[in-house]
Unconditional design. Structure first.
Length: 163
């Protein structure tokens, strides 16, 4: 996530200027002045780490430690996000929505793509534990007026996800 490189000044010959580069390509020269402010703004992806910088736990001399601990912090955040997303897949509501998705994909309704798009929005809201607005469920229901074979499945799933 974060790497340290040494560069040289435009008029210099020695690679002695430390730079920090994030995975997304953003970079800064390791600051001398305003170290706390600049570093906390640059490394704001990890709240705990940002707080530690503001509390002056790190100095300019601790670059290796900063890189190592910042990467550990983001690695932990990434792993917890993956755990949360796999937990959402174990949710019976999400499983029912995925089952309905496969039935819609194999059906021959005319507005299949639109129905799948709305179903995707509903699935995202369910997996992030948000309330599903009525306009979304009603518009989803309207796609199946021409497909009576899917209506019972649609009604069952919509009843299951309603909060």
């Amino acid at each position: 996530f974060l790497s340290q490189y040494n560069g040289r000044q435009p008029n210099g010959y020695i690679y002695d200027t430390p730079y920090l580069v994030k995975r997304d390509g953003s970079s800064i020269e390791l600051p001398n002045l305003s170290f706390k402010k600049v570093m906390s703004n640059f490394l704001n992806d990890c709240r705990d780490f940002k707080e530690r910088i503001l509390k002056e736990e790190f100095s300019r001399k601790d670059v290796d430690k900063i890189v190592r601990e910042y990467n550990s912090c983001l690695d932990l955040q990434t792993k917890s996000a993956n755990i949360n997303s796999s937990a959402a897949l174990d949710d019976p509501k999400v499983a029912a929505l995925n089952s309905l998705k496969s039935k819609i994909e194999s059906s021959s309704i005319t507005s299949k793509n639109d129905a799948l798009d709305v179903l995707k929005d509903i699935t995202m809201k369910v997996s992030s534990n948000q309330t599903i607005p009525n306009y979304l469920t009603e518009s989803f229901r309207s796609f199946f007026k021409e497909a009576p074979e899917l209506q019972p499945d649609v009604e069952k799933v919509l009843a299951m996800i309603k909060k």
